[in-house]
Write a protein that binds this ligand. Structure first.
Ligand code: PMP
Length: 452
């Protein structure tokens, strides 16, 4: 694929100057960043104004599950814009109910009602509100090594260090350790030990917080941003049983892991669990128009059958976003994107990444499934010391910066978080593209190896 625009460095410089003057960027020291000026994108690639093309192994922020500019989704947005661009959430709109139906049909169990939001954090905020009102309890348990969004409650539920600066210690939020054998909080040596000890730790946490005070346990089905840490077999079923025993609402956050990313419609399917509430966003419409939501069980929905639900958003279920969702889900069905993601994980990404891990001293562990993979980079495979410390910046982060620069030099845009790189391409990434990405990672890891 070739860039659709001729290189135009002058135009690129103008875009960058305007950006520098007026755009305040997320998660950044404004004066220390140098954002790439992007001229266009298609499928698994994007390109800049200098004519450099990158294979996107980040899927944006892990959301372009069917790649950029899918013509059917673009057309659906255009058609909806011509028909009815916007209408307030209190009204019944064909495209909104159709999106809700298609989502509810794919979510597990009896998660049959959909509350629409504009993204993941708002979905998490509303799931917590629903759980609190449903149970009449106030505490919410969430895991260290998690990401749930950057709004007030969501950032406090989040377990990664980026929350520190804005962590107000929202009343009632309690964090616990979820399983992660490679860096076990429980000194476990096997998956089974990790699972048993993590469940015991959760039980103990509940006992010391008072089960009658706990509204919800919020977990990412497969924690994404914090490292794509697939839970051991039995863990999520164990959490489900604990929630049932104490009348706690089980919230699974599938904002990142949902809509095909793990090779099933939702990651919960791998573990045979059905939560009471499930949050989603990102892949629901490949991020073409902001959309997220909460899928709600019949029991929790019934709580609000005669009692008003005290929460709402101006753009909830926006017709353009819903049209993009309907078209995206249809594309995923017609082009068998979910099955493709499973297969590319099993046959190309998984084996390819494991092979890289064998050859590169900097790769401590490979984890993942589908189009959802993490490489845990280390200074030393034996001690598992991370290649850079948590929250490293400046000189301390030089090894990861060098790795990133090398990947870009080889035409790959990498996802980097702390000491990890995630291979999270579009779920419909082709075999040739996936192999191209593995080759670029191979070259970039040689640079990381220099820091081991
Ligand atoms: N939950 C999870 C699991 C996420 O990965 C994210 C975003 N990375 C969010 C919530 C927040 O979503 P948003 O940025 O759309 O608010």
């Amino acid at each position: 694929m070739t860039p659709h625009v001729e290189p135009d460095p002058q135009a690129g410089a103008a875009v960058k100057a305007a950006d520098r003057a007026h755009v305040f960027h997320s998660w950044s020291a404004q004066g220390l960043i140098d954002p790439l000026a992007v001229a266009g994108a298609e499928g698994s690639y994007f390109w800049d104004y200098d004519g450099n093309r990158y294979l996107d192994f980040t899927s944006g922020l892990v959301y372009t599950n069917i790649g950029y500019q899918h013509p059917r989704v673009v057309a659906a947005i255009q058609e909806q814009a011509a028909k009815l661009t916007t209408f307030a959430p209190a009204f019944a709109i064909d495209v909104r109910s159709e999106a809700a139906r298609l989502i509810a049909e794919r979510t597990p169990g009896d998660l049959n009602k959909i509350f629409f939001t504009n993204g993941g954090a708002e979905a998490v905020e509303n799931a917590v509100r629903m759980a609190r009102l449903h149970t009449g309890r106030h505490k919410v348990l969430s895991a260290f090594r998690s990401y749930h969004g950057a709004t007030s409650t969501a950032i406090n539920l989040t377990g990664d260090p980026r929350r520190w600066a804005s962590d107000t210690g929202t009343a009632g939020v309690v964090r616990f350790w979820a399983p992660f054998l490679y860096r076990s909080a429980f000194y476990a040596e096997t998956e089974q030990q990790e699972c048993e000890r993590a469940l015991q730790h959760l039980e103990d946490t509940i006992a010391f917080e008072g089960p009658q005070n706990i509204a919800a346990i919020v977990l990412e089905t497969v924690p994404g941003t914090a490292g794509i840490m697939t839970p051991p077999p039995g863990y999520l079923a164990g959490v489900r049983a604990i929630c049932d025993a104490y009348g706690i609402v089980f919230v699974l956050d599938e904002v990142m892991a949902g809509f095909g990313r793990t090779g099933t419609w939702f990651a919960a399917e791998h573990f045979d669990v059905v939560p009471d509430l499930m949050t989603f966003a990102k892949g629901v419409n490949s991020g073409y128009v902001p959309l997220g939501g909460v899928a709600i069980s019949e029991e929790i929905a019934a709580t609000f059958e005669t009692r008003p639900y005290p929460g709402g958003l101006t753009y909830s279920g926006h017709p353009l976003a819903c049209a993009a969702a309907v078209a995206t889900i249809q594309v995923m069905e017609d082009e068998k994107v979910v099955e493709h993601a499973a297969r590319i994980g099993e046959t190309v990404l998984g084996p390819g990444l494991r092979e890289l891990a064998e050859r590169h001293p900097s790769v401590g562990e490979v984890r993942g499934m589908g189009a959802f993979w993490a490489l845990d980079l280390v200074k030393n495979k034996e001690t598992r010391e991370p290649l850079v410390p948590y929250n490293a910046s400046g000189a301390a982060n030089a090894p990861m910066a060098a790795f990133g620069a090398a990947a870009k030099k080889h035409g790959l845009w990498p996802f980097i978080n702390m000491n990890r790189t995630h291979a999270v391409p579009a779920c419909n990434v082709s075999e040739a593209e996936a192999k191209e990405g593995l080759a670029a990672l191979d070259a970039a890891l040689s640079v990381a190896d220099e820091h081991t």
